[in-house]
Design a protein around this ligand. Structure first.
Ligand code: HPA
Length: 248
């Protein structure tokens, strides 16, 4: 299979990649089962890029039902080594208001009951991967460099708190997460990041802040319409940023 410069996993509100041309569709099967949908491989500003919609292209999979293992294995199978995870999130920290793009450097995992290792099957050797830096530092640096070149504003750093969903959080839950040191809250950051590490993939997150988390900001009710509108507005510069990242 031909080398892929970069694979992108799209989150809520990101079901395709604008400017991805000459797209070929791959229905991939993996040892972990089927991914959330077809992998679309095309050319983005001259570079081979793969795209997969994490929740399915019609957003039919809730966060706890996503086959994170199959998604990552499918991207690896079609020739990707580097994965850019786009995650739609709520903002907790003051610097992380709606429409901010952020490249977090830490994770706290509050999810439960998800298959969070590739060493699950009988007969596989258990591996305890280092996860002190949950996102590949070199890929993070490249995201930040690509942001600079393309003039897309990206916040460097932050702690992503991964919650179970699919419901949003209570005000007390978010207050606890703030005390824990979380800046962002989303439902899909884990176990994806840990599985990527186990699979030996380079993996980093670009979080798209869609709303203030419960009890933050103006404290207004969070609506899906607000989430989708903010994701769309914040995604304007993404094709250029992704193209530049795929280049280097
Ligand atoms: N909480 C969890 N996940 C999210 C949120 C949120 O407020 N917004 C978008 N994804």
């Amino acid at each position: 299979m031909q080398q892929i410069a970069l694979a992108v996993i799209g989150g809520t509100g990101v079901y395709n990649l604008a400017k991805l041309d000459d797209v070929q569709t791959h229905e991939v099967d993996t040892r972990f089962g089927k991914p959330s949908g077809p992998v679309r491989v095309g050319t983005l500003l001259g570079h081979r890029v793969a795209f997969l919609a994490r929740h399915g292209e019609g957003h039919s999979l809730p966060p706890h039902k996503i086959n994170y293992r199959a998604n990552l294995a499918a991207l690896q199978q079609i020739g990707a080594q580097r994965v850019l995870a786009l995650n739609t999130v709520g903002g907790i920290g003051d610097d992380f208001g709606p429409r901010v793009l952020a490249c977090p450097d830490q994770v706290i995992d509050y999810t439960w009951g998800r298959i969070s290792t590739i060493c699950e099957e009988e007969g596989t050797d258990v591996v305890h991967v280092d996860f002190g830096h949950p996102y590949t530092p070199m890929l993070r640096s490249k995201i930040l460099a690509a942001a600079k070149v393309t003039g897309v504003k990206v916040h460097d750093g932050g702690c992503y708190g991964a919650t179970q969903g699919p419901r949003l959080e209570t005000i007390a839950e978010i207050a606890r997460m703030r005390r824990d040191g979380c800046d962002l809250v989303g439902m899909t950051g884990m176990p994806e990041a840990a599985l990527a590490r186990e699979l030996g993939l380079d993996y980093a997150c670009l979080a798209i802040v869609a709303n203030w988390a419960a009890g933050c900001g103006d404290g207004e009710e969070i609506t899906m319409a607000e989430v989708l509108a903010n994701v769309q507005a914040a995604s304007n510069g993404l094709p250029e940023l992704v193209g530049e990242l795929a280049r280097g």
